[in-house]
Design a binder for this molecule. Structure first.
Ligand code: NOJ
Ligand code: MG
Length: 557
């Protein structure tokens, strides 16, 4: 895509590539907007809401997997990377969406899922039929124990149970996720060639980049050794690069060739990696020159609402990224974790649980008034930080985690695979409330089928239409913050400096020219520092002072 009006407005327009400071809105397509009334979000629904997204002030959309899929893991089990899931539309619809988005100045990045396919993918069907060579594209091994009846090693699936499933003729295949998601063998040349062709297929259709699923996991130790600690899926107990499937050395070569593919195209195409690494500085390797453009900063997402923890992750992240010249990304919520107003409304934990299915609701209900107040302050802090940021759909409406989905309605494979002990991620994926109209709080048109996940009582309370025109709404806060972030020359890419000291409960940071953010994470009001003008606050000032769990933006000289 060529330069947008937003690019021109962007502070310091010129050589800065758009993704270094973009606000990227995550569309969880299944739950975003249902235009055809089958109770499932679709591409036509996204097209209808593009003006809303442009108005919100975001720069780009990341769309969760939209490919043809049996939906064993909500589309992260892809049966055909060149086809759109029929419930969502067609490739022609996707092409129209890309054109419409670009007309409104919005870029678009789909998800790519290279670690595994669906068990219905043509390659895996051929592997099941034991066609010559077909099993070599996946990870098949003989079993252990008498008659090979035991899994080849002790690896566990992220969703619970063994990471191996046995096929009819007795061989076992690896799936780090659901049995419907067999892992590919990236040492096979077909695999690398196929994914480069898939990247080109979508780049040719105008997508502006890709979010890379499980980017740390493609390369496995062919010896398939038992894990020291079968529970430690992130490899924290292993030396750098020594884990049998997390963050191994060879994985970066894959991204070096992907980068060359992206660079063949005009218009600043980009990648963002979902890479979980045992130590934060290992992430810098993924975004070093010649590799990927950006990677999600999950350390920030999992940090509790605690001044020392937040400051430390900001410093560590910006520090290691500066060394490789990469820009940061800041994320508070996504489709795999408990929504942050609910997280922040619970007693502080040292570090939130990670990742995916491990992150589930805990039993005592959150204090949502407190969590929402903190979430509002967190937005001002996040939008101050140098780099880009992600907004997960519904975050701009202040949606909490839905904690009371009936067990029989749960869809996340974690629920079944954990023997009904881990509830999973459905609570962050409930279809959006748009209005009081139609079925399901405006998610679907009138008379539509029930939404694929039930909405709780009173969900329309959060509807976008209800927040329109209310200056105190979360939606109004997001619109103002994102507009100021785009307009203010101090914000976006660049440098920041702390004014507060380490250990202070009030975070005070400065960006040039003349911009200050103060976030009060103490439990009492504090005085504002000297300033020329209050630009905005996350909650009203209290007798001119900044209340607890409140943030302010100030113009200073
Ligand atoms: C990470 C995705 O965000 C998550 O939703 C999915 O279950 C796993 N990768 C497996 O693809
Ligand atoms: Mg639909």
């Amino acid at each position: 895509m060529t330069e947008t009006p937003q690019d021109a407005q962007r502070s310091g327009a010129g050589p800065t590539p758009w993704w270094r400071d973009a606000v990227i809105y995550q569309v969880y397509i299944r739950s975003f907007a249902d235009a055809d009334g089958d109770g499932i979000g679709d591409i036509a629904g996204i097209r209808e809401k593009l003006p809303y997204l442009a108005d919100l002030g975001v720069d780009a959309l990341w769309i969760n997997p939209w490919y043809a899929s049996p939906q064993a893991d909500a589309g992260y089990d892809v049966a055909d990377y060149r086809a759109i899931e029929p419930a969502y539309g067609t490739v022609a619809d996707a092409e129209k969406l890309i054109v419409d988005a670009h007309e409104l100045g919005l870029r678009l990045i789909p998800d790519i899922v290279p670690n595994h396919t669906s068990d219905r993918h043509a390659w895996f069907r051929a592997a099941l039929a034991d066609e010559p060579g077909a099993r070599d594209r996946y990870v098949f091994r003989p079993g252990a124990g008498p008659d090979g009846a035991e899994p080849p090693n002790n690896w566990r699936s992220h969703f619970g149970g063994p990471a191996w499933t046995r096929v009819e003729d007795g061989a076992w295949y690896l799936h780090l996720f659901d049995p419907g998601q067999p892992d590919l063998d990236w040492s096979h040349p077909d695999v690398a060639a196929e994914f480069e062709a898939v990247l080109r297929f979508w780049f040719d259709r105008g997508v502006d980049g890709f979010r890379i699923d499980v980017a740390h996991g493609l390369v496995k130790d062919p010896a398939m050794p038992d894990l020291d600690d079968a529970g430690d899926m992130l490899g924290r107990s292993y030396s750098a690069g020594g884990h049998p499937f997390v963050d191994r050395e060879g994985v970066l070569e894959v991204y070096e060739s992907w980068r060359r593919v992206a660079d063949e195209y005009a218009g600043d195409r980009m990648f963002v990696a979902e890479a979980w690494t045992p130590a934060p500085e290992r992430l810098a390797r993924y975004v070093a020159p010649g590799r990927l453009h950006t990677a999600f900063n999950f350390d920030y997402l999992v940090a509790p609402w605690d001044p020392a923890a937040l400051r430390e992750t900001i410093d560590v992240t910006t520090g290691y990224l500066r060394e490789v010249g990469a820009s940061a990304t800041w994320v508070l919520s996504n489709h795999d974790v408990v929504r942050h107003p609910s997280r922040y409304g619970r007693p502080r934990r040292e570090r939130e649980a990670v990742p995916t299915s491990a992150v589930t609701g805990v039993d005592d209900p959150p204090d949502l008034a407190l969590g929402t107040r903190r979430a509002r302050a967190a937005l001002l802090l996040e939008a101050t930080l140098p780099g880009g940021m992600y907004v997960y759909q519904g975050e701009e409406l202040g949606l909490p985690e839905v904690e009371d989905i009936p067990d029989e309605a749960r869809q996340d494979p974690t629920w079944e695979r954990s023997g009904h002990t881990v509830r999973g991620r459905d609570g962050a994926r409930v279809p959006l409330p748009w209005s009081d109209e139609g079925t399901s709080a405006g998610f679907s048109p009138d008379g539509a089928a029930a939404p694929w996940l039930p909405q709780p009582e009173g969900w329309a309370r959060y509807a976008a239409a209800r927040q329109e025109g209310d200056p105190d709404s979360v939606l109004a806060l997001y619109r103002t913050v994102l507009r100021l972030r785009r307009e203010h020359p101090a914000l976006g890419d660049g440098e920041m400096a702390w004014v507060s000291a380490p250990g202070d409960a009030v975070l005070h940071l400065r960006r040039e020219p003349g911009f200050v953010c103060v976030a009060n994470l103490s439990d009492a009001p504090v005085d504002l520092p000297a300033h020329d003008e209050v630009l905005m606050t996350s909650a009203p000032l209290e007798d001119g002072r900044l209340g607890a769990d409140t943030a302010v933006w100030l113009a200073v000289s």
